[in-house]
Design a protein around this ligand. Structure first.
Ligand SMILES: O=c1ccn([C@@H]2O[C@H](COP(=O)(O)O)[C@@H](O)[C@H]2O)c(=O)[nH]1
Length: 293
């Protein structure tokens, strides 16, 4: 809780969802190939049917849903209308929604992105948003401030799951300056420390999370980054389709493992469209995660 307020912070709500269900974040990635495999049209109507099945399969089984915004944006305003409905329905079903839109711009424009994705009453506002810090961490300030005021969260790209990420994110490491990724993690840590110092009810996780791919988690240790100290939730895409396993999470994240929110999208979604097969795929991953905890 925040001082003078009785509304739980994003960190409190995320920790509660992880505890109640499992740390799994179910990725909602309606790729054209998946729409086809599910016998759906590559249209806004197909998108809507796909999303409805995923939300119904996840309800009561997973606490966190991550729609991939690009795959809704493909359909323009019709896709955004589907996304707005998905956000509302997933939240009504008890899930926290992390909108994976990877927004980032100069501060004045960032303010508009923040209002779209993080302001109370905005139809696109979920519980958290992914953001890119590559215009400078402080360029995210409007989103940081609005997220904190509105009990929402951010996930800042730090070490992304794709192999190309290292060419930017590891810069500085070899010449002893400390890597770009390390600077981002430290900025998130400082922001979380500042925010959490004002809480009445202590929280394990701050409002500023980080994206650290499940496929590259061990690189954080190699770069000398202490993820546990950041008190950031660690959104970890890469489980399943990109090759990372639940065992990799444990070894890769080490002491920071309790902060990890692993995402699997295609690895689970390929089990559809049959609802029960989708539920079985979700259960298989959540069971493995519970065994590792
Ligand atoms: O570093 C990153 C950041 C985001 N993503 C996103 O996560 C999902 C992963 O989907 P899978 O089908 O499980 O591979 C997707 O929406 C990516 O855009 C990421 O993979 N890596």
């Amino acid at each position: 809780m925040r001082e003078f307020e009785l509304v739980p912070t994003f960190g409190h709500r995320l920790a509660a969802a992880m505890e109640r269900y499992s740390p799994l974040c179910l990725g909602l990635d309606p790729h054209p190939s998946l729409l086809k495999a599910w016998g759906l049209d590559d249209s806004a109507a197909g998108l809507s049917a796909f999303a409805k099945t995923v939300v119904e399969a996840g309800a009561g089984r997973v606490g966190i849903l991550k729609p991939q915004v690009a795959l809704f944006e493909r359909f323009g305003s019709a896709g955004f209308a589907v996304l707005e409905k998905v956000i509302a329905e997933a939240q009504a079903a008890g899930m926290l929604v992390i909108n994976d839109a990877k927004r980032g711009d100069i501060g004045s424009t960032m303010q508009a992105y923040a209002e779209a994705w993080l302001a109370d009453g905005s139809p696109l506002a979920g519980d958290a948003l992914t953001v890119s810090p590559y215009l400078g961490f402080e360029s995210l300030r409007p989103a940081i401030n609005l997220a904190e005021q509105n009990h929402r969260g951010l996930f800042v790209l730090a070490l992304t799951s794709n192999p190309e990420g290292a060419s930017v994110q590891h810069l500085g490491d070899r010449d002893g300056q400390g890597s770009v990724a390390a600077a981002i993690v430290k900025a998130a840590e400082d922001e979380n420390d500042y925010f959490m110092s004002s809480l009445i009810e202590p929280a394990k996780l701050g409002p500023i999370g980080l994206v650290v791919g499940a496929t590259v988690a061990q690189q954080a240790q190699a770069l000398g980054i202490d993820l546990a100290r950041s008190r950031a939730a660690l959104l970890a895409p890469g489980l399943g389709a990109q090759g990372a396993t639940v065992a990799d999470l444990r070894s890769g994240f080490g002491q920071a493992y309790p902060q990890v929110v692993p995402n699997s999208s295609r690895g689970i979604l390929k089990a559809g469209p049959d609802r029960q097969s989708l539920i079985d795929a979700i259960t298989a991953v959540t069971d493995q995660l519970k065994e590792q905890s």
